[in-house]
Design a protein around this ligand. Structure first.
Ligand SMILES: Nc1ncnc2c1ncn2[C@@H]1O[C@H](COP(=O)(O)OP(=O)(O)OP(=O)(O)O)[C@@H](O)[C@H]1O
Ligand SMILES: [Mg+2]
Length: 466
C-alpha cells in the first residue's frame, strides 16, 4: 500500500513546511503548494487523498480550491485552516462541503487528528461504495461455473493473469461469459478494493463516447454546464473494462492509446493533464487481429490491451459443462420449487449447438421454469428449435434447423432451382431467428450477422419478416 497523500496549501511557506514535517513524520506523503494555481494543478495531476488549505490566499483562494476539489472528487475531504477572526467564513466553507476546519494556532495533535479523521472518513466512504457493489453481486472465481478441461484451463490462466498488472483481452463469442470473466479478473486482482468501471464502446457515437471516457470541462461544448470526470479518471487505481473494444472508433483508439502510454489524460476542453493509473481489461466477440489487418483497429493499441488473452470457448465445445449450467440456472430461476430435469430434457440440451452460448442456455432454462407444470422440467418445456437437435450450421456459429419438409417440397425440382429455394428458406429463417434473439432490434441483429444495417433491413423487407 502506498502512503496516503496530503496536499498542503498556504501562501506562507513556513506554515506549509511545518505541516509537511509533522504529517511526513506521521507517515503521509505530502504535496505542497504556496499558491492556489499550483494547488489546482496538483489536485488534478496527483490526486491527493486529503487537502489541507489556508482560506485566505492571494489569487485562487481556499474557497475556490474547495469547490474545485469537490467537483473533481466529491469524496475528497478538504480541511480549511483559518484565523479566529474568520470563524464565520470557516463555517461557510463547511456548508460548501469542507470536511473540517482548524484554527491557525492548531497544535500538532490537532492537526494529526483532523487529517486522520478525514482519511478514515474517506476510506469508509470508498469501502461502503465497494461493499454496496459487492452485495449486488460477487464476482469471485467461485461464481464461475465450469469443470470441463477447457474451462479449468481458463480459470488457471485467469487466476495468474488477475494477480499480474497486465492488461487483459477477453475473447469469445457472444454469451460466453466475457463480462463475468472481466469482473472476476478485477475481483481477484490487487485492485479489488478499488473501482471496476465498465465502458460499452459500442453504445455511443464518437463525440459522446469521448467525453464519457475522458470527461469534459465546463463549457467544453454546448450543454456542458458543469465539468465532469471521465470514466478513465473514475477507474483511477482500479480496473477499466472496455467492453466491445473492437467497436471503438479509430479516432478514439489513438486518444486511448496515448492515455495508456502516458498514463495521463486531458478532459475535453481542459488544459491540464490528469495522472491516471488504470488496469485495462477489454472484451470483444470479433477477431481483433483481423481488424488490425484490415486497418480497422490500431496495431499499437492491440498490443497494449492484449498483453494476456483469455479465450472463452463456445459452449458447444464444453459439452461437459452444459448439465452443470442447466442445474445452476434451474436453481436460480426455480426459486424454492425444487425443480428437476427429466433425462430427455438434459439429452436435448447436450445435443443442441447453443449459438447464443451460456446466455441462451440461461434464457431457455428461465423460460422452462416458467412453463413447467409439476416438479419436473420436461422436453416439452423447451422451445422447438432446441429439440430439433443438431442445428444446421450456417455462418459458423449460428444455425437454423434443417427441415425435412423443405427437402420434400423441392424434390421434384432441378438442383439449381431447389438450391435457390433452400437458400431463400434458410436465409429467411436465419434472419427471423436472429431478429427474435435480439428482440426485434435490427441494428443488433445486423451486427450479429456481420452485415450493415441497411442490407439487413433490405432482407427483412424482402422476406417480409416484420
Ligand atoms: N462460467 C459461467 N458461470 C456462470 N455464469 C455464466 C458463465 N458464463 C456466462 N455466464 C452467464 O451468462 C450470461 C452471459 O455472460 P456475459 O454477459 O458475461 O457474456 P458475454 O461474453 O459478455 O456476452 P456478449 O458478447 O453478448 O456481451 C450472464 O448472465 C452470465 O452471468
Ligand atoms: Mg458482454
Amino acid at each position: 500500500m502506498t502512503n496516503p497523500r496530503v496536499l498542503i496549501v498556504d501562501d506562507e511557506s513556513d506554515m506549509v513546511e511545518n505541516c509537511a514535517r509533522i504529517l511526513g513524520r506521521a507517515g503521509y506523503d505530502c504535496l505542497t503548494a504556496t499558491d492556489g494555481n499550483r494547488a489546482l494543478r496538483l489536485l488534478e495531476s496527483d490526486r491527493p487523498d486529503v487537502v489541507l488549505t489556508d482560506l485566505k490566499m492571494p489569487g485562487v483562494g481556499g474557497m475556490e480550491l474547495l469547490r474545485h476539489a469537490r467537483e473533481l472528487d466529491p469524496d475528497l475531504p478538504v480541511i480549511v485552516i483559518t484565523g479566529f477572526a474568520s470563524i464565520e467564513s470557516a463555517v461557510a466553507t463547511v456548508k460548501e462541503g469542507a470536511f473540517d476546519y482548524l484554527p491557525k494556532t492548531f497544535s500538532i495533535s490537532q492537526l494529526e487528528v483532523a487529517v486522520d479523521r478525514a482519511l478514515r472518513q474517506r476510506r469508509l466512504t470508498l469501502e461502503n461504495r465497494n461493499l454496496r457493489g459487492q452485495l449486488q453481486e460477487t464476482f469471485g472465481l467461485d461464481q464461475l461455473i465450469g469443470r470441463s478441461p477447457l474451462m479449468t484451463r481458463v480459470f488457471e490462466l485467469l487466476k495468474k493473469a488477475a494477480r499480474s498488472e497486465a492488461n487483459i483481452l477477453v475473447l469469445g463469442e457472444s454469451g460466453t461469459g466475457k463480462e463475468l470473466v472481466a469482473r472476476a479478473v478485477h475481483a481477484n486482482s490487487p485492485r479489488a478494493g478499488q473501482a471496476f468501471v465498465p465502458v460499452d464502446c459500442a453504445s455511443l457515437p464518437e463525440n459522446l463516447l469521448e467525453s464519457e471516457l475522458f470527461g469534459h470541462e465546463k463549457g467544453a461544448f454546448t450543454g456542458a454546464v458543469r465539468s465532469k470526470p471521465g470514466l478513465i479518471e473514475l477507474a483511477h487505481r482500479g480496473t477499466l473494462f472496455l467492453d466491445e473494444i473492437a467497436e471503438l472508433p479509430l479516432g478514439l483508439q489513438g486518444k486511448l492509446l496515448r492515455a495508456l502510454q502516458e498514463r495521463q489524460i486531458r478532459r475535453v476542453g481542459g488544459t491540464s493533464m490528469i495522472n491516471v493509473d488504470v488496469r485495462v481489461v477489454s472484451a470483444t466477440n470479433r477477431d481483433l487481429r483481423e481488424a488490425v489487418t484490415k486497418g480497422q483497429f490500431r496495431e499499437e493499441l492491440y498490443y497494449r490491451v492484449n498483453v494476456i488473452a483469455i479465450q472463452l470457448p463456445p459452449l458447444r465445445e464444453r459439452v461437459g459443462d452444459i448439465k452443470l449450467f442447466a442445474h445452476a440456472f434451474l436453481k436460480k430461476y426455480g426459486g424454492d420449487r425444487n425443480l428437476a430435469f427429466d433425462d430427455d430434457a438434459l439429452a436435448a440440451f447436450e445435443a443442441y449447438a447453443w449459438p447464443g452460448n451460456v446466455r441462451e442456455l440461461q434464457n431457455i432454462v428461465e423460460r422452462a421454469c416458467a412453463l413447467a407444470d409439476g416438479p419436473t422440467v420436461k422436453r416439452r418445456d423447451l422451445p422447438d428449435y432446441v429439440l430439433e437437435g443438431e442445428p444446421l450450421r450456417v455462418d459458423g456459429a449460428r444455425g437454423t434447423p434443417a427441415h425435412d419438409s423443405q427437402i420434400a417440397a423441392t424434390s421434384g425440382l432441378p438442383l439449381p432451382e431447389a438450391r435457390e429455394r433452400w437458400m431463400k428458406e434458410l436465409e429467411s429463417s436465419y434472419l427471423r431467428d436472429l431478429l427474435e434473439r435480439h428482440g426485434g432490434n435490427v441494428s443488433a441483429a445486423a451486427k450479429a450477422a456481420g452485415i450493415d444495417r441497411k442490407t439487413f433491413h433490405r432482407l427483412v423487407t424482402k422476406y417480409q419478416l416484420r
